[in-house]
Design a protein. Structure first.
Length: 395
C-alpha cells in the first residue's frame, strides 16, 4: 500500500486527487503539435529532474488553502513556492512549443517520445487494438516471484517488454520497464481530476490509471512499485494486479564515484546527479560528525513555508522547500526505515516530509509529501505536522 499517511479525517470523504492543480481533462488541445523527427541516436539518461508542472497561478497566501496567482501576497508567505521556481518560471525554458511550460519533449518517428530534460525515450501508446494499445493491462511478476507461471507470457509486463523489443520499436530493442522515479518524471502535477496527469498532447491515449514500474518492493517480493497517472502518487502494489505499462529506454547516466558530497563544514550535501544542494539534517537538527544532533521539528505546510523564509533571510542563502520530484529524488526505494542514504543524510526520521507542491483537484488543503519509511509519495492535509528538509539550487 502507499506508505505516506498525510490524510486528515475531514478529508476522508473527498475523492483522492493528484498532487497538482489547474488544467484538466484527458486531452489538452490548446498546445501546438510537436513535429516528429527521425529515430534518435543512442541517448544517455542525464539524471536531471523534470518540472512538476505547477505554474504561476498555483501559489498559497498566508492563512488560506486557496491556490491563487503567485502575486505579492503569495510572495509574503514564501518567495520560492513551487509555482514560482523551476523551468516553467524561466523564460528561456517555458516555451509551449516542445511541451507544456517547463517540460521539453520531442516526438520520434515510429511511436516514441524523447524527454529532452531527462534524456529518456518513452513508448507512445496507440488506439489501434494492437500490441501497444493504451487499454491493455498486465501483471508484473518477476523471475524470482512467479507463483502463477505467467512471467514472460503475453499477459505479464515481462512478456510485453519482450514483444516490443522483438518489434524493434523506433529502431531499438532495449526497451524496459521504467523505474518508479523515471515514471514520476513525466507526471504533470498541474492536471486536476480526472486527469491523466501527463502532457496529453505529447502522450495521447494515456489512461488515468496505475502504471507498473520495474522497481521491486525492498520489503516484499510479492510487490512492485506503480505510479498513478490519475493522482500522481506512487508506492508498492501486489504484482498479481493488472495495470498499464509504458516502456522506456536510455543508457544509464555516467557513473560517479559517489552521488553525494559533503560541504567542508558537513552541514550541506550536494547531489552530483541533480545538482541540488541539500541541508544534511532535517530542520531542528545540525550535523555533528557522522550524525545529526538536536530534535527534528515538525511543521504544518504553511509553517514549513514560514520556516523556509526565516532560514533564507537569516542565512542569506536561497533555501526553499523542495518540490515533490526533488524530494522524491533523494528517497532511496532500495532502502527502508529510513529510505535514504544514511551516510549522506544521517538520523533521518522514517516519517513524512513536506514538499512545496500543492495538491489540488478534489478540495482545499492538500499538499504533496514523501514518506522516508519506504519512499512512497502522496499528499494530505496541509495542517498535518511533518518534517522538513531544505534545498537550494547550485549557483
Amino acid at each position: 500500500m502507499r506508505s505516506i499517511k498525510l490524510y486528515l479525517a475531514i478529508l476522508c470523504t473527498l475523492a483522492i486527487s493528484a498532487c497538482g492543480g489547474g488544467g484538466g481533462g484527458t486531452t489538452d488541445t490548446t498546445l501546438p503539435k510537436i513535429s516528429a523527427v527521425s529515430p534518435a541516436s543512442n541517448v544517455t539518461a542525464t539524471g536531471k529532474l523534470n518540472d512538476t508542472g505547477q505554474t504561476a497561478s498555483q501559489c498559497y497566501r498566508a492563512g488560506s488553502d486557496v491556490l491563487t496567482n503567485c502575486d505579492s501576497l503569495a510572495l509574503a508567505l514564501n518567495n520560492a513556492q513551487d509555482g514560482m521556481v523551476g523551468r516553467d518560471a524561466n523564460v528561456s525554458t517555458n516555451n509551449n512549443s516542445d511541451g507544456k511550460l517547463g517540460f521539453s519533449f520531442t516526438k520520434v518517428t515510429g511511436g516514441c517520445v524523447q524527454d529532452n530534460v531527462t534524456g529518456l525515450i518513452w513508448e507512445a501508446k496507440t488506439t489501434d487494438g494492437g500490441l501497444r494499445d493504451y487499454s491493455k493491462t498486465y501483471t508484473n511478476y518477476s523471475a524470482t516471484y512467479d507463483p502463477s507461471g505467467l512471467y514472460d507470457t503475453s499477459t505479464d509486463a515481462s512478456g510485453f517488454v519482450k514483444a516490443v523489443n522483438a518489434s524493434n520499436l523506433c529502431g531499438y530493442s532495449d526497451w524496459r520497464l521504467p523505474t518508479a522515479d523515471e515514471l514520476q518524471s513525466i507526471v504533470d502535477y498541474s492536471v486536476a481530476l480526472p486527469g491523466p496527469a501527463i502532457d496529453a498532447s505529447v502522450f495521447p491515449a494515456t489512461t488515468n490509471g496505475e502504471f507498473w514500474s520495474g522497481s521491486g518492493d525492498i520489503g516484499n517480493k510479492n510487490f512492485a512499485w506503480s505510479v498513478s497517472f490519475k493522482y500522481g502518487d506512487g508506492g508498492p502494489l501486489s504484482r498479481d494486479l493488472k495495470y498499464y505499462v509504458r516502456l522506456v529506454r536510455a543508457s544509464p547516466s555516467p557513473a560517479t564515484p559517489t552521488r553525494y558530497t559533503l560541504s567542508a563544514d558537513g552541514q550541506e550535501v550536494t547531489d552530483i546527479q541533480t545538482s541540488l544542494i541539500w541541508r544534511r539534517c532535517p530542520e531542528g537538527m545540525v550535523a555533528s560528525g557522522g550524525a545529526c544532533t538536536g530534535n527534528a521539528l515538525t511543521f504544518t505546510q504553511e509553517q514549513a513555508f514560514q520556516r523556509t523564509t526565516t532560514q533564507a533571510t537569516s542565512t542569506g542563502t536561497a533555501w526553499r522547500l523542495p518540490n515533490i520530484k526533488e524530494l522524491s529524488s533523494i528517497a532511496d526505494k532500495n532502502k527502508s526505515n529510513p529510505a535514504i542514504d544514511s551516510t549522506a543524510f544521517p538520523t533521518t526520521p522514517s516519517n513524512d516530509f513536506w514538499s512545496a507542491s500543492p495538491g489540488v483537484g478534489v478540495g482545499l488543503g492538500l499538499a504533496c509529501g514523501v514518506s522516508f519509511a519506504d519512499g512512497g509519495f502522496g499528499y494530505g492535509g496541509r495542517v498535518n505536522s511533518n518534517y522538513v528538509r531544505l534545498v537550494r539550487s547550485a549557483q
